[in-house]
Design a protein around this ligand. Structure first.
Ligand code: LFR
Length: 493
């Protein structure tokens, strides 16, 4: 019997079938599609109906393969949402978290409430696009959507609602809003009251592994499938990715590497302290009663944006070619803090990197290889910084770093990360989120007794590539330079 996992990233989505048998776990990709945001007027939206359409197409392909999955689950990026009106219809198109309308609201709300108060109640890092600030923006700009809204659903909740008709909020994603209080296990009434949003929009958040309805009969009839139970998995993609980390020990560090880089460790209770606030770490809800003490790092977004820019200018290049040019470019010529706010919006990324280098008295990278090299080296150096903070906060010392997600296909990044942190990197699996999504479905059916049994099977089923640290002296010296360079722009709370 198989399970079906939909994993939606900020750039693409996929549907994978998973099989579990005596030999372990196997995955088969059955559908891959683009997820392209749409700018309409000045607003940036997700193309939510297209995504729904692609989920249906995935089901169609499942049917054509003669499969009848025992369950399905959806995970996606966090913080974004849709609002339902009184007839259960979607009001407007969900906004993209990089939409410029949300700029500035985080600073306002922090001033009004203080960072301490918001952090004590949620344990969530300050990111300008958190749902808290998105909703405050809509409220304060008098958005008519809020007058009509009866229900708040996050992206996977919404897509699951389209498939089942059941409107249910899921826990891991709920925590990322910065409106959920993990201490009381409920949406935070005080924060909602402050921004003038009614608590009645929010339902009790169900835990990962909860069965939340089944595929609508109209869809089953159209596709000729029997009813499929739908599971609320760890619906935040990062939560799913962490389930799939093939760790052998309770104490481990991970880096989930996609558009974003998410680095941290798994803990049993939120670490809400002045120290985690000062370092701007987050405590996002995980599967199996865990929390993710982690920090967002801007990640491969910067490289992806450069590639899109070159494409637009007719200078497009493929990934493998770009990486070999990066490898040949001069080392450590131009370094920058990937988490500088200027790299957040889409657009002219190469100019912004060059401007940063100019501002800091460094050589400006000119050609594509030099630009790619400066991005990957800067990321590897930032990973060391954040790994040290993770060790400091969790009072642990890690003997290596697990890397999961599509970003591990970039071998240069994996090797440079090992060089930078001075510890081995264990890279795999690449489809971390989809595999974690499946694992939670099998935890729900009882095929896995818990997250640790799932991790053992994942470890035995998928290849992991080891990268040993090299060139330590030069990386160590450069880290000192990186710290001096980034001291002023460093993203702390
Ligand atoms: C990764 C991710 C991050 C979240 C960002 C925005 O895909 O889910 O965890 O901070 O996207 O939602």
């Amino acid at each position: 019997m198989s399970v079906l996992a939909y994993d939606l990233g900020a750039g693409s989505g996929r549907a994978l079938l998973g099989h579990l048998n005596d030999r372990g776990m196997e995955t088969m990709e059955i559908h891959r599609f683009k997820n392209e945001p749409v700018k309409a007027g000045e607003r940036l939206h997700w193309d939510i109906l297209r995504l729904h359409h692609e989920l249906l197409e995935g089901l169609n392909l499942v049917k054509q393969k003669g499969e009848q999955p025992e369950s399905l689950g959806i995970d996606s990026w966090a913080v974004d949402f849709g609002l339902l009106g009184s007839h259960g219809e979607l009001l407007g198109n969900p906004y993209h978290y990089r939409d410029a309308q949300f700029n500035g609201m985080m600073d306002q709300v922090r001033q009004e409430l203080t960072s301490q108060r918001i952090f004590e109640r949620t344990g969530i890092q300050f990111l300008s696009f958190n749902t808290l600030y998105q909703l405050a923006t809509l409220k304060r700009s008098g958005s008519p959507l809020l007058n009509e809204a009866e229900r708040f659903l996050m992206i996977p909740d919404l897509l699951r609602y389209f498939l089942t008709g059941e409107a249910v909020n899921e826990f891991t994603n709920a925590t990322t809003t910065q409106l959920y209080n993990p201490t009381i296990g409920h949406w935070d009434g005080e924060l909602l009251a402050h921004i003038g949003i009614s608590e009645t929009l929010f339902g009790e958040a169900v835990m990962p592994g909860t069965r939340v309805g089944q595929l609508r009969s109209s869809i089953c009839n159209d596709l000729g499938l029997s009813a499929i139970p739908v599971i609320a998995v760890a619906e935040h993609d990062t939560a799913s990715a962490v389930v799939a980390v093939p760790a052998t020990e309770r104490s481990f560090a991970y880096l989930s590497c996609g558009t974003w880089s998410l680095m941290g460790t798994e803990i049993d209770h939120p670490a809400i302290s002045s120290e985690s606030l000062a370092l701007n770490f987050t405590n996002e809800g995980g599967a199996g009663g865990t929390f993710r003490l982690l920090k967002n790092i801007m990640g491969l977004w910067i490289l992806q944006e450069c590639m899109r820019e070159w494409e637009r200018k007719g200078q497009g290049t493929n990934y493998a070619e770009l990486l070999s040019r990066a490898e040949l470019a001069p080392p450590f010529a131009s370094l920058f803090d990937p988490d500088d706010e200027r790299f957040m919006p889409a657009g002219d990324m190469t100019t912004r990197i060059q401007q940063y280098c100019r501002d800091t008295g460094q050589a400006e990278p000119q050609d594509q290889g030099a630009i790619a090299r400066s991005i990957l080296e800067s990321l590897a150096l930032k990973y060391r910084r954040v790994l040290e903070w993770t060790e400091q906060l969790s009072r642990q010392s890690f003997n290596g770093l697990h890397m999961v997600g599509g970003g591990i296909q970039n071998r240069l990044l994996c090797q440079w990360t090992a060089n930078s942190i001075g510890k081995p990197v264990w890279a795999g699996p690449a489809e971390g989120s989809a595999i974690g999504n499946m694992a939670v479905q099998w935890m729900a059916s009882g095929a896995f007794k818990d997250i640790w049994e799932a991790r053992k099977v994942i470890r035995d089923s998928f290849p992991v590539t080891d990268y040993e640290p090299k060139d330590r002296t030069i990386w160590e010296e450069t880290y000192g330079r990186f710290l001096r360079l980034t001291a002023s722009s460093e993203s702390q709370a």
